[in-house]
Design a protein around this ligand. Structure first.
Ligand code: CU
Length: 162
């Protein structure tokens, strides 16, 4: 290797080292910048998550019946929120537990609240076979329900105060 080649190689090595250092230092800057960003964002995100749990439960939800079960089988909703039950597999009959009395939600029996002469508030009971049923939950609590046509299909609506 000539003297000239040695000098060229030395310059190349120096340039590579400088380039590597520049890349390393810029990636360090990016890394520390990225580390700072989540640190400043985390408290905000966590506050939003906490307020979401504490006071921002959803006001509406949809539960799908697939012919054998409800999905999601557990739903949390804000007091006054509405759950819409939709079947994509034929008829269902959503009704408050326990089967076959259906008095778990408001204390009235199926014979009472499904009567054509019933004058109380709308019952948590579809009161007939169908493919869609919406109910507004004004009572805080955990309310089990089932498909009255095949009560092996069950679910729970949890209503939280707002
Ligand atoms: Cu039933």
């Amino acid at each position: 290797m000539s003297r000239f080649q040695q000098i060229v190689w030395a310059i190349i090595v120096v340039l590579v080292i400088i380039g590597a250092y520049w890349w390393w230092s810029s990636s360090q800057a990016t890394t520390s910048g990225a580390a700072v960003a989540p640190f400043t964002q985390t408290p905000t995100t966590s506050t939003q998550a906490q307020s979401g749990v504490a006071s921002q439960a959803q006001k509406s939800a949809t539960v799908t019946f697939d012919g054998s079960g409800f999905s999601p089988s557990s739903v949390t909703i804000a007091q006054g929120g509405t759950v819409t039950f939709v079947s994509n597999a034929g008829a269902m009959w959503v009704a408050s537990d326990p089967h076959p009395i259906h008095n778990g939600y408001d204390g009235t029996t199926m014979q009472q609240h499904c009567s054509s002469t019933y004058a109380g508030t709308a019952p948590f009971d579809q009161c007939a076979a169908g493919t869609s049923f919406s109910f507004t939950f004004n009572k805080v609590g955990s309310w089990g329900y089932h498909n009255h046509l095949d009560h092996s299909a069950v679910g729970t609506i949890t209503v939280v105060a707002q």
